[in-house]
Design a protein around this ligand. Structure first.
Ligand code: PEP
Length: 258
């Protein structure tokens, strides 16, 4: 089944809104009306107002990098679904490894966020992935399964196809040491199998599953040409509009070779 491929950029804690504005102008010059790959930019919250205007007439979609599971209340420093939706966020990254490991988010909390996002019509990009120690101990599948199944635990069947999953091995994020495309394909195949058991085969075939971890314009083709890999979640290389556009182009080229 042909799934529209995704190139998603996670800016993490980079770029002021002024820098985001410069980026948007350069990037939009390349993008024009290109719609063959779904392009998603996930800037810091502070750039959402400006980017929601700048990107409004373009095919580029916006995502937030996190969100709280409650819709409002006494949660100092947190952000609610309505607040990101207000600025045209169709997506939200949830359970990124930096949230899990630095900010100690649990899989159960991530699952609550996934449920809230879907209730608000925002597609979660649910990140899962093992540490190097876990991989070396042969625990990749059990760790990924736990994060995945807790993350989608409360997702009803009729909303499941709106999920996006990102397999991001922790040891590959920001290290310059990407997984091999064959290893990524194997874990992503395992994730689709788990989704198939949790929901059903048809729904699992509709869910986009991305690879993330040291993706570059040079290596992206080898990942996205694999049958199970539906695109990439890109950190460092998405900060440069020229490199991110090259990733989009390579993703399109791979879609023609799948
Ligand atoms: C990420 O932040 O999700 C990521 C994969 O980062 P990088 O591409 O820099 O490894």
């Amino acid at each position: 089944m042909a799934r529209t491929l995704i190139a998603a950029g996670n800016w993490k804690m980079h770029k002021t809104s002024q820098e985001a504005s410069v980026y948007a102008e350069a990037f939009l010059n390349s993008v024009g009306n290109f719609r063959q790959v779904e392009i998603i930019v996930c800037p810091p919250f502070t750039s959402l107002p400006l980017l929601s205007q700048k990107l409004a007439a373009s095919p580029v979609k916006l995502g937030a990098q996190n969100m709280h599971w409650e819709t409002k209340g006494a949660f100092t420093g947190e952000i609610a679904p309505a607040m990101i939706k207000e600025f045209r966020c169709d997506y939200v990254i949830l359970g990124h490894s930096e949230r899990r490991h630095i900010f100690r988010e649990t899989s159960q909390e991530v699952g609550q966020k996934v449920q809230t996002a879907l209730n608000w019509g925002i597609s979660p990009i649910l990140c899962v992935g093992e540490t190097l120690e876990e991989r070396e101990k042969g625990k990749t599948e059990s760790v990924v399964a736990e994060q995945l199944l807790q993350g989608v635990d409360a997702v009803p069947l009729d909303k499941a196809s709106h999920l996006v999953i990102a397999y991001e091995p922790v040891w590959a994020i920001g290290t310059g040491k990407a997984a091999t495309p064959a290893d990524a394909e194997e874990v992503i195949g395992f994730i689709r199998e788990k989704l198939s058991q949790k929901f059903n085969r048809d729904v699992a075939q509709k869910i986009r599953i991305l690879y993330g971890g040291s993706v570059t314009p040079e290596n992206v083709f080898e990942f996205v040409v694999k049958p199970e890999i539906d695109g990439t979640l890109v950190g460092g290389a998405s900060l440069d509009p020229g490199k991110f556009w090259k990733i989009v182009e390579e993703t399109y080229r791979a879609s023609q070779n799948k």
